[in-house]
Design a protein around this ligand. Structure first.
Ligand code: LLP
Length: 412
Protein backbone atom coordinates (compact mmCIF):
# COMPACT_ATOMS: atom_id res chain seq x y z
CA UNK A 1 0.00 0.00 0.00
CA UNK A 2 1.18 3.50 -0.79
CA UNK A 3 1.29 5.60 2.36
CA UNK A 4 2.98 8.49 0.54
CA UNK A 5 0.31 10.55 -1.21
CA UNK A 6 -0.80 14.10 -1.92
CA UNK A 7 -3.38 15.58 0.42
CA UNK A 8 -4.50 19.16 -0.33
CA UNK A 9 -1.64 19.60 -2.78
CA UNK A 10 1.13 18.56 -0.41
CA UNK A 11 2.89 15.20 -0.17
CA UNK A 12 2.08 13.36 3.04
CA UNK A 13 3.49 10.26 4.65
CA UNK A 14 0.49 8.73 6.43
CA UNK A 15 -1.01 11.77 8.22
CA UNK A 16 2.08 13.99 8.19
CA UNK A 17 2.78 16.76 5.68
CA UNK A 18 6.40 16.41 4.56
CA UNK A 19 6.85 20.18 4.34
CA UNK A 20 6.20 20.39 8.07
CA UNK A 21 9.00 17.90 8.62
CA UNK A 22 11.45 20.24 6.98
CA UNK A 23 10.48 23.01 9.40
CA UNK A 24 10.80 20.65 12.39
CA UNK A 25 13.84 18.58 11.52
CA UNK A 26 15.58 20.11 8.50
CA UNK A 27 16.86 18.34 5.40
CA UNK A 28 18.12 16.00 4.09
CA UNK A 29 16.10 13.43 6.05
CA UNK A 30 15.06 9.84 5.60
CA UNK A 31 11.33 9.48 6.27
CA UNK A 32 9.75 6.07 6.86
CA UNK A 33 6.14 4.96 7.14
CA UNK A 34 5.51 2.62 10.05
CA UNK A 35 2.35 1.36 8.40
CA UNK A 36 4.13 0.36 5.19
CA UNK A 37 6.93 -1.42 7.06
CA UNK A 38 4.35 -3.31 9.10
CA UNK A 39 2.24 -4.23 6.09
CA UNK A 40 5.24 -5.36 4.07
CA UNK A 41 6.55 -7.54 6.90
CA UNK A 42 3.09 -9.00 7.50
CA UNK A 43 2.73 -9.72 3.78
CA UNK A 44 5.41 -12.36 4.36
CA UNK A 45 4.34 -13.56 7.79
CA UNK A 46 0.65 -13.87 6.88
CA UNK A 47 1.33 -15.59 3.56
CA UNK A 48 2.79 -18.65 5.23
CA UNK A 49 0.18 -21.34 5.72
CA UNK A 50 2.70 -23.47 7.60
CA UNK A 51 3.44 -21.60 10.81
CA UNK A 52 6.87 -23.25 11.15
CA UNK A 53 8.04 -21.30 8.11
CA UNK A 54 9.90 -18.08 8.78
CA UNK A 55 10.84 -14.79 7.09
CA UNK A 56 14.18 -13.47 8.37
CA UNK A 57 14.41 -9.78 7.46
CA UNK A 58 17.76 -8.88 5.83
CA UNK A 59 19.01 -6.28 8.30
CA UNK A 60 21.54 -4.94 5.79
CA UNK A 61 18.74 -3.30 3.81
CA UNK A 62 17.55 -1.05 6.67
CA UNK A 63 18.97 -1.43 10.13
CA UNK A 64 17.49 1.35 12.27
CA UNK A 65 16.53 -0.05 15.69
CA UNK A 66 12.97 1.30 15.66
CA UNK A 67 12.36 -0.25 12.25
CA UNK A 68 13.82 -3.59 13.34
CA UNK A 69 11.52 -3.57 16.36
CA UNK A 70 8.47 -3.05 14.13
CA UNK A 71 9.57 -5.92 11.91
CA UNK A 72 10.20 -8.19 14.89
CA UNK A 73 6.76 -7.38 16.31
CA UNK A 74 5.23 -8.28 12.93
CA UNK A 75 6.61 -11.80 13.44
CA UNK A 76 9.84 -11.84 11.42
CA UNK A 77 13.24 -13.17 12.37
CA UNK A 78 16.47 -11.66 11.06
CA UNK A 79 19.18 -12.41 8.52
CA UNK A 80 22.43 -10.79 9.69
CA UNK A 81 25.89 -10.50 8.16
CA UNK A 82 28.06 -9.00 10.90
CA UNK A 83 28.61 -8.72 14.62
CA UNK A 84 27.22 -5.21 14.34
CA UNK A 85 23.94 -6.46 12.91
CA UNK A 86 23.79 -9.18 15.58
CA UNK A 87 24.27 -6.52 18.25
CA UNK A 88 21.44 -4.49 16.71
CA UNK A 89 18.90 -7.30 16.58
CA UNK A 90 19.72 -8.57 20.07
CA UNK A 91 19.35 -5.06 21.41
CA UNK A 92 15.74 -4.90 20.18
CA UNK A 93 14.97 -8.25 21.81
CA UNK A 94 15.04 -10.51 18.74
CA UNK A 95 14.70 -14.19 19.55
CA UNK A 96 18.09 -15.84 18.93
CA UNK A 97 16.35 -18.87 17.43
CA UNK A 98 15.04 -16.60 14.67
CA UNK A 99 18.48 -15.30 13.65
CA UNK A 100 20.42 -16.58 10.63
CA UNK A 101 24.06 -15.45 10.23
CA UNK A 102 25.10 -15.16 6.53
CA UNK A 103 28.22 -13.70 4.91
CA UNK A 104 31.49 -14.94 3.40
CA UNK A 105 33.91 -13.41 5.90
CA UNK A 106 32.76 -14.09 9.45
CA UNK A 107 35.55 -13.27 11.90
CA UNK A 108 36.44 -15.32 14.96
CA UNK A 109 34.83 -12.75 17.22
CA UNK A 110 31.65 -12.71 15.18
CA UNK A 111 31.42 -16.50 15.25
CA UNK A 112 31.96 -16.52 18.99
CA UNK A 113 29.31 -13.83 19.41
CA UNK A 114 26.87 -15.90 17.30
CA UNK A 115 27.44 -19.15 19.19
CA UNK A 116 27.21 -17.45 22.57
CA UNK A 117 23.94 -15.78 21.56
CA UNK A 118 22.36 -19.11 20.59
CA UNK A 119 21.40 -18.16 17.03
CA UNK A 120 19.40 -20.52 14.79
CA UNK A 121 22.21 -21.10 12.32
CA UNK A 122 25.38 -19.91 10.59
CA UNK A 123 25.03 -20.05 6.81
CA UNK A 124 28.50 -21.41 6.07
CA UNK A 125 29.99 -20.14 2.82
CA UNK A 126 33.31 -22.05 2.61
CA UNK A 127 35.14 -25.12 3.85
CA UNK A 128 37.57 -22.96 5.85
CA UNK A 129 34.70 -21.21 7.58
CA UNK A 130 33.23 -24.56 8.60
CA UNK A 131 36.49 -25.64 10.24
CA UNK A 132 36.83 -22.26 11.92
CA UNK A 133 33.34 -22.52 13.40
CA UNK A 134 34.05 -26.07 14.55
CA UNK A 135 37.25 -24.98 16.29
CA UNK A 136 35.61 -22.05 18.05
CA UNK A 137 32.66 -24.22 19.11
CA UNK A 138 35.18 -26.68 20.57
CA UNK A 139 37.06 -23.90 22.39
CA UNK A 140 33.95 -22.52 24.01
CA UNK A 141 32.44 -25.98 24.47
CA UNK A 142 29.19 -25.18 22.77
CA UNK A 143 28.20 -26.94 19.53
CA UNK A 144 27.37 -24.60 16.65
CA UNK A 145 24.30 -24.98 14.42
CA UNK A 146 25.25 -24.64 10.74
CA UNK A 147 23.74 -24.80 7.29
CA UNK A 148 25.74 -24.87 4.10
CA UNK A 149 25.07 -22.06 1.61
CA UNK A 150 25.20 -23.53 -1.84
CA UNK A 151 25.94 -21.61 -4.99
CA UNK A 152 23.35 -23.08 -7.37
CA UNK A 153 24.82 -21.42 -10.50
CA UNK A 154 21.60 -19.60 -11.33
CA UNK A 155 21.54 -16.15 -12.91
CA UNK A 156 18.77 -14.18 -11.25
CA UNK A 157 18.99 -11.33 -13.80
CA UNK A 158 19.44 -7.71 -12.78
CA UNK A 159 22.54 -5.68 -12.02
CA UNK A 160 25.84 -7.56 -12.11
CA UNK A 161 26.88 -6.20 -8.71
CA UNK A 162 23.88 -7.68 -6.90
CA UNK A 163 23.69 -11.08 -8.60
CA UNK A 164 25.13 -13.62 -6.19
CA UNK A 165 24.21 -17.17 -7.25
CA UNK A 166 26.30 -17.70 -10.39
CA UNK A 167 29.35 -19.95 -10.42
CA UNK A 168 32.23 -17.50 -10.12
CA UNK A 169 30.38 -15.22 -7.67
CA UNK A 170 32.09 -15.24 -4.28
CA UNK A 171 29.06 -16.59 -2.42
CA UNK A 172 28.29 -20.12 -1.25
CA UNK A 173 29.85 -23.40 -2.34
CA UNK A 174 29.22 -24.45 -5.93
CA UNK A 175 30.70 -27.97 -5.93
CA UNK A 176 27.81 -30.24 -4.90
CA UNK A 177 30.17 -33.10 -3.98
CA UNK A 178 31.91 -30.77 -1.58
CA UNK A 179 28.58 -29.69 -0.07
CA UNK A 180 27.66 -33.31 0.60
CA UNK A 181 31.09 -34.09 2.03
CA UNK A 182 30.98 -31.07 4.34
CA UNK A 183 27.51 -32.00 5.55
CA UNK A 184 28.72 -35.55 6.27
CA UNK A 185 31.72 -34.13 8.09
CA UNK A 186 29.54 -31.77 10.14
CA UNK A 187 27.14 -34.60 10.92
CA UNK A 188 29.84 -36.62 12.66
CA UNK A 189 31.48 -33.65 14.37
CA UNK A 190 30.64 -33.27 18.05
CA UNK A 191 31.03 -29.50 17.75
CA UNK A 192 28.76 -28.91 14.76
CA UNK A 193 25.09 -29.52 14.22
CA UNK A 194 24.00 -29.50 10.60
CA UNK A 195 20.50 -28.01 10.53
CA UNK A 196 19.93 -26.72 7.00
CA UNK A 197 20.90 -25.82 3.48
CA UNK A 198 20.74 -22.27 2.17
CA UNK A 199 21.08 -20.24 -0.97
CA UNK A 200 20.54 -16.64 -2.06
CA UNK A 201 20.79 -15.92 -5.77
CA UNK A 202 20.55 -12.15 -5.97
CA UNK A 203 18.52 -9.03 -5.41
CA UNK A 204 15.78 -7.07 -7.23
CA UNK A 205 14.58 -10.34 -8.79
CA UNK A 206 11.48 -9.89 -10.92
CA UNK A 207 10.29 -13.43 -11.59
CA UNK A 208 9.94 -16.63 -9.62
CA UNK A 209 11.90 -18.93 -11.94
CA UNK A 210 15.21 -18.59 -10.10
CA UNK A 211 13.56 -19.31 -6.74
CA UNK A 212 11.92 -22.45 -8.13
CA UNK A 213 15.15 -23.67 -9.69
CA UNK A 214 17.03 -23.01 -6.44
CA UNK A 215 14.39 -24.98 -4.54
CA UNK A 216 14.86 -27.92 -6.94
CA UNK A 217 18.63 -27.88 -6.45
CA UNK A 218 18.31 -27.67 -2.70
CA UNK A 219 15.72 -30.49 -2.62
CA UNK A 220 18.05 -32.72 -4.65
CA UNK A 221 20.85 -32.16 -2.16
CA UNK A 222 18.61 -32.58 0.88
CA UNK A 223 17.33 -35.88 -0.57
CA UNK A 224 20.84 -37.12 -1.12
CA UNK A 225 21.75 -36.22 2.47
CA UNK A 226 18.87 -38.40 3.70
CA UNK A 227 20.81 -41.38 2.28
CA UNK A 228 23.44 -40.64 4.91
CA UNK A 229 20.86 -40.27 7.68
CA UNK A 230 21.23 -36.50 7.67
CA UNK A 231 17.87 -34.85 8.23
CA UNK A 232 17.65 -31.10 7.96
CA UNK A 233 15.47 -28.80 9.98
CA UNK A 234 15.11 -26.07 7.33
CA UNK A 235 15.82 -25.05 3.75
CA UNK A 236 16.61 -21.36 3.34
CA UNK A 237 15.91 -19.88 -0.10
CA UNK A 238 17.30 -16.43 0.66
CA UNK A 239 15.86 -13.06 -0.20
CA UNK A 240 15.87 -11.07 -3.38
CA UNK A 241 12.28 -10.31 -4.35
CA UNK A 242 12.27 -7.06 -6.33
CA UNK A 243 10.13 -3.96 -6.08
CA UNK A 244 8.74 -1.47 -8.58
CA UNK A 245 11.27 1.36 -8.99
CA UNK A 246 10.28 2.17 -12.56
CA UNK A 247 7.08 0.34 -13.51
CA UNK A 248 8.52 -3.13 -12.98
CA UNK A 249 5.88 -5.65 -11.89
CA UNK A 250 7.49 -7.96 -9.33
CA UNK A 251 5.75 -11.01 -7.87
CA UNK A 252 4.28 -10.39 -4.42
CA UNK A 253 5.46 -12.15 -1.26
CA UNK A 254 2.19 -14.12 -1.44
CA UNK A 255 2.99 -15.24 -5.02
CA UNK A 256 6.46 -16.33 -3.93
CA UNK A 257 5.34 -18.11 -0.79
CA UNK A 258 2.36 -19.87 -2.40
CA UNK A 259 4.60 -21.31 -5.13
CA UNK A 260 7.27 -22.35 -2.67
CA UNK A 261 4.89 -23.83 -0.10
CA UNK A 262 3.32 -25.79 -2.92
CA UNK A 263 6.74 -27.21 -3.76
CA UNK A 264 7.43 -27.88 -0.06
CA UNK A 265 4.12 -29.64 0.57
CA UNK A 266 5.52 -33.15 0.85
CA UNK A 267 8.67 -32.16 2.66
CA UNK A 268 9.36 -32.10 6.35
CA UNK A 269 11.87 -29.20 6.40
CA UNK A 270 10.68 -25.68 7.22
CA UNK A 271 11.02 -22.96 4.61
CA UNK A 272 13.06 -19.90 5.51
CA UNK A 273 13.28 -16.70 3.43
CA UNK A 274 15.53 -13.66 3.87
CA UNK A 275 13.65 -10.69 2.36
CA UNK A 276 15.13 -7.21 2.63
CA UNK A 277 14.24 -4.75 -0.12
CA UNK A 278 10.65 -5.99 -0.56
CA UNK A 279 9.97 -5.06 3.08
CA UNK A 280 11.96 -1.84 3.41
CA UNK A 281 12.29 -0.10 0.02
CA UNK A 282 8.91 1.52 -0.56
CA UNK A 283 8.54 2.40 3.12
CA UNK A 284 11.10 5.19 2.93
CA UNK A 285 11.88 8.39 1.02
CA UNK A 286 14.76 10.81 1.11
CA UNK A 287 13.50 14.34 1.68
CA UNK A 288 15.79 17.02 0.26
CA UNK A 289 15.77 20.73 -0.55
CA UNK A 290 16.75 22.43 -3.81
CA UNK A 291 19.66 24.73 -2.99
CA UNK A 292 20.52 26.04 -6.45
CA UNK A 293 19.35 25.79 -10.01
CA UNK A 294 21.98 25.91 -12.73
CA UNK A 295 21.32 25.04 -16.38
CA UNK A 296 19.44 21.72 -16.21
CA UNK A 297 20.87 20.85 -12.80
CA UNK A 298 18.92 20.88 -9.58
CA UNK A 299 21.57 21.06 -6.90
CA UNK A 300 19.99 19.63 -3.76
CA UNK A 301 21.20 19.24 -0.19
CA UNK A 302 21.30 15.42 -0.35
CA UNK A 303 24.11 13.65 -2.16
CA UNK A 304 25.71 10.35 -3.06
CA UNK A 305 26.94 10.07 0.53
CA UNK A 306 23.26 9.98 1.61
CA UNK A 307 21.93 7.71 -1.15
CA UNK A 308 24.59 5.83 -3.08
CA UNK A 309 22.43 3.61 -5.31
CA UNK A 310 22.19 5.96 -8.33
CA UNK A 311 25.97 6.56 -8.36
CA UNK A 312 26.97 2.98 -7.66
CA UNK A 313 24.51 1.03 -9.82
CA UNK A 314 23.02 3.79 -11.99
CA UNK A 315 19.85 2.80 -10.13
CA UNK A 316 16.66 4.68 -10.97
CA UNK A 317 14.66 6.34 -8.21
CA UNK A 318 11.55 8.37 -9.00
CA UNK A 319 11.73 11.92 -7.72
CA UNK A 320 8.72 14.14 -7.02
CA UNK A 321 7.78 17.52 -5.58
CA UNK A 322 6.47 17.89 -2.08
CA UNK A 323 4.12 20.64 -3.34
CA UNK A 324 2.04 19.15 -6.14
CA UNK A 325 2.90 21.39 -9.10
CA UNK A 326 2.86 20.43 -12.75
CA UNK A 327 2.39 23.70 -14.70
CA UNK A 328 6.05 24.21 -15.53
CA UNK A 329 7.46 20.74 -15.93
CA UNK A 330 11.06 20.57 -17.11
CA UNK A 331 13.64 17.79 -17.24
CA UNK A 332 16.25 18.04 -14.52
CA UNK A 333 19.37 16.25 -13.42
CA UNK A 334 19.13 16.08 -9.67
CA UNK A 335 22.63 16.30 -8.23
CA UNK A 336 24.25 16.79 -4.83
CA UNK A 337 27.06 19.01 -3.59
CA UNK A 338 29.71 16.26 -3.52
CA UNK A 339 32.73 16.86 -5.73
CA UNK A 340 32.24 13.97 -8.15
CA UNK A 341 30.43 13.86 -11.46
CA UNK A 342 28.90 10.56 -10.30
CA UNK A 343 27.10 12.46 -7.54
CA UNK A 344 23.57 12.35 -8.87
CA UNK A 345 20.25 11.18 -7.44
CA UNK A 346 18.20 11.22 -10.65
CA UNK A 347 18.61 12.02 -14.31
CA UNK A 348 15.98 13.62 -16.57
CA UNK A 349 13.46 13.88 -13.77
CA UNK A 350 10.37 15.78 -14.82
CA UNK A 351 9.62 18.40 -12.16
CA UNK A 352 8.17 21.88 -11.73
CA UNK A 353 10.62 23.37 -9.23
CA UNK A 354 12.28 26.49 -7.88
CA UNK A 355 15.14 27.09 -5.50
CA UNK A 356 14.20 26.27 -1.87
CA UNK A 357 11.51 23.79 -2.97
CA UNK A 358 11.39 20.39 -1.33
CA UNK A 359 11.56 17.21 -3.35
CA UNK A 360 11.63 13.54 -2.37
CA UNK A 361 13.57 10.62 -3.76
CA UNK A 362 11.23 7.65 -3.58
CA UNK A 363 11.79 3.98 -2.70
CA UNK A 364 14.83 4.92 -0.65
CA UNK A 365 14.05 2.75 2.39
CA UNK A 366 16.23 -0.18 1.28
CA UNK A 367 19.99 0.21 0.87
CA UNK A 368 19.55 3.94 1.48
CA UNK A 369 20.62 5.20 4.90
CA UNK A 370 22.52 1.95 5.56
CA UNK A 371 24.91 2.74 2.69
CA UNK A 372 25.38 6.38 3.69
CA UNK A 373 28.86 7.68 4.49
CA UNK A 374 30.50 10.88 5.70
CA UNK A 375 32.23 11.51 2.35
CA UNK A 376 33.14 15.19 1.93
CA UNK A 377 32.75 15.46 5.74
CA UNK A 378 29.01 15.56 5.43
CA UNK A 379 27.10 14.62 8.59
CA UNK A 380 24.62 11.80 8.00
CA UNK A 381 20.94 12.72 7.60
CA UNK A 382 18.41 12.10 10.35
CA UNK A 383 15.88 9.28 10.17
CA UNK A 384 12.24 10.01 10.95
CA UNK A 385 9.46 7.50 11.57
CA UNK A 386 5.90 8.46 10.76
CA UNK A 387 3.15 6.76 12.72
CA UNK A 388 -0.28 8.16 11.79
CA UNK A 389 -0.10 11.90 12.43
CA UNK A 390 3.02 11.62 14.60
CA UNK A 391 6.60 12.05 13.47
CA UNK A 392 9.43 10.78 15.62
CA UNK A 393 13.16 11.12 15.18
CA UNK A 394 14.57 7.58 15.22
CA UNK A 395 18.14 8.66 14.49
CA UNK A 396 19.47 12.12 15.17
CA UNK A 397 21.04 14.12 12.39
CA UNK A 398 24.80 13.93 12.90
CA UNK A 399 26.50 17.11 14.07
CA UNK A 400 29.78 18.64 12.94
CA UNK A 401 31.29 17.55 16.25
CA UNK A 402 30.17 13.96 15.61
CA UNK A 403 32.38 14.03 12.55
CA UNK A 404 35.47 14.70 14.65
CA UNK A 405 34.57 12.57 17.62
CA UNK A 406 36.84 9.57 16.95
CA UNK A 407 39.85 11.56 15.78
CA UNK A 408 42.69 13.17 17.62
CA UNK A 409 45.49 15.52 16.61
CA UNK A 410 48.73 13.65 17.16
CA UNK A 411 51.34 15.47 19.30
CA UNK A 412 48.98 18.17 20.34
N1 LLP B 1 20.18 -12.67 2.09
C1 LLP B 1 21.47 -12.49 1.71
C2 LLP B 1 22.44 -13.53 2.03
C3 LLP B 1 21.84 -11.33 1.01
O1 LLP B 1 23.10 -11.17 0.63
C4 LLP B 1 20.86 -10.35 0.73
C5 LLP B 1 21.23 -9.11 0.02
C6 LLP B 1 19.55 -10.56 1.17
C7 LLP B 1 19.24 -11.74 1.84
C8 LLP B 1 18.44 -9.57 0.94
O2 LLP B 1 18.18 -9.37 -0.40
P1 LLP B 1 16.95 -8.42 -0.83
O3 LLP B 1 15.66 -9.12 -0.43
O4 LLP B 1 17.10 -7.14 -0.13
O5 LLP B 1 17.10 -8.30 -2.29
N2 LLP B 1 22.99 -2.68 -2.20
C9 LLP B 1 22.25 -3.34 -3.26
C10 LLP B 1 21.64 -4.64 -2.83
C11 LLP B 1 22.63 -5.62 -2.25
C12 LLP B 1 21.99 -6.91 -1.79
C13 LLP B 1 22.93 -7.69 -0.96
N3 LLP B 1 22.40 -8.91 -0.42
C14 LLP B 1 21.21 -2.37 -3.81
O6 LLP B 1 21.15 -1.23 -3.34
O7 LLP B 1 20.47 -2.72 -4.73
Amino acid sequence: MNTFKYIDGSLHCEGVDLSVLEEKHGTPSYVYSKKTIEENAKAYVNSFTNTRNLACFAVKSLSNLSILKIIKDAGCGFDIVSGGELHRVLSIGAEPKKIIFSGVGKTKNEIQQGINSGILSFNVESESELYRIEKIADDIESPAPISIRINPDIDSGGHDYITTGRKGDKFGISDTRKVIDLCKYAHQSKNLKIVGLACHIGSQILDLDGFMKSADKIFELADELENFDISLEFLDLGGGLGISYENEVPPSPLDLISCLEDKFKNRKERLILEPGRSISANAGVLLTKVEYIKDNFLIVDAAMNDLLRPSLYKAHHDVCNVKDKKDNLKKWNVVGPVCESSDFLAKNASLDVHEDDLIVVKNAGAYGFVMASNYNSRPKACEILIDGDQSKIIRQRETLDDLLEKEKIEND
